[in-house]
Design a protein around this ligand. Structure first.
Ligand SMILES: C[S@@+](CC[C@H](N)C(=O)[O-])C[C@H]1O[C@@H](n2cnc3c(N)ncnc32)[C@H](O)[C@@H]1O
Length: 327
């Protein structure tokens, strides 16, 4: 099977087609390196070979032993054609997967039931669960301030889903909105909101519960921020399906963009996917690049089980609903 790797690396599309026709496995991965023909082709910039392999069923998202996929190599080497083909393949595959999962019956348990039932510990720099997983961390403060700015420039009625350490809500308060609604589902976080005086703020309304369960109690907002924990992309998609009811015309929606925060190419695929899905409900999405390297060092993650963010740039999503037209 290493013949496939050699042929892909050389960029010989004709020979590769023949090898596949003769039974060669396009999804082969070398057992010791994890190298796939797709990675070999993307690394060398052979776009026709990349196309042949994808058409023959090579998975766009296979990782080698260093945790990188074909798109990562194409991106780093500046092979734009390969990058575009792989991005398109990734977005299409995830769109199809999403459609398929929407057709399967829903699990009766919700995604983050265990998280919501477990105890949390709060400290200056972080909020962690019993497994020392970071629920929220102070390094995100500049990002939360930027999110608050984005959603507050849409108008005066603001909704935030997920209080965590209250970083985004503190920043939202600095814009003194007319109304500031906060949904929070975890009892420990809710108790802390009460003990730190959030209930006494004149413009704040706290809704305790899962957003899924309290959505009917909500109104319409000029700015909405979404940042929960322990939920899947499917949950966020479900939230997005409620945006036409929740977001006023011209309003701004933003979310914590931690999707695939460990892999640069997967992250780009998910940015595109969300933008496409939001476009289907009439929102136009921009991603504002924010450098985050300076917010993070090895010390940041001390005492936290997993680095949930490993990229140098954060892409802050700002999605605007269509303005109302007169006719
Ligand atoms: C990552 S933290 C939010 C951090 C916040 N943006 C900040 O600036 O500190 C996620 C929060 O969402 C809450 N949460 C998780 N699932 C939720 C749900 N389904 N509905 C409402 N809140 C939820 C968690 O308890 C947690 O407080």
């Amino acid at each position: 099977m290493d013949a496939l790797l050699d042929t892909a690396a050389r960029g010989d599309a004709t020979e590769l087609r023949e090898l596949i026709r003769a039974g060669g496995d396009a999804s082969y991965a070398n057992p010791s390196t994890g190298l796939t023909p797709l990675i070999a082709a993307a690394k060398a910039g052979h776009s026709e070979v990349v196309r042949v392999l994808l058409n023959a069923g090579a998975p766009w998202n296979a990782l080698d032993r260093s945790g990188r996929c074909a798109g990562d190599y194409a991106m780093d080497a500046g092979h734009q054609d390969c990058y575009d083909i792989l991005l398109d393949a990734g977005v299409k595959a995830e769109l199809v997967l999403g459609a398929a999962s929407r057709q399967t019956t829903k699990n009766s348990e919700f995604s983050n039931k265990d998280y919501l039932e477990a105890r949390l510990s709060f400290s200056e720099g972080k909020l962690v669960n019993e497994e020392s997983e970071g629920v929220m961390m102070a390094w995100e403060r500049p990002l939360m301030e930027a999110h608050a700015k984005a959603v507050c420039c849409g108008g005066d009625d603001i909704l935030n889903v997920g209080f965590g350490m209250g970083l985004v809500d503190t920043a939202i308060q600095s814009y003194n909105p007319s109304s500031h609604t906060i949904i929070e589902a975890h009892p420990d976080v809710y108790a802390r909101m009460i003990s730190t005086g959030w209930k006494e703020k004149a413009n704040v309304r706290i809704v305790f519960g899962r957003w899924q369960d309290v959505i009917s109690e909500l109104g319409q907002y000029d700015g909405i921020f979404f940042d929960t924990y322990g939920e899947y992309y499917e949950d966020m998609r479900e939230f997005h399906s409620q945006l036409p009811k929740l977001l006023k015309p011209g309003g701004i929606y933003s979310y914590f963009n931690g999707l695939c925060g460990h892999n640069a190419f997967f992250h780009v695929v998910y940015c595109q996917l969300v933008a496409l899905e939001l476009a289907q409900i009439g929102l136009t999405t921009q991603f504002i690049p924010l450098p985050v390297r300076s917010c993070l060092d090895e010390k940041t993650w001390e005492g936290v089980r997993e680095k949930y963010w490993q990229l140098d740039t954060y892409f802050l999503p700002a999605a605007q609903a269509e303005e109302e037209t007169d006719n």
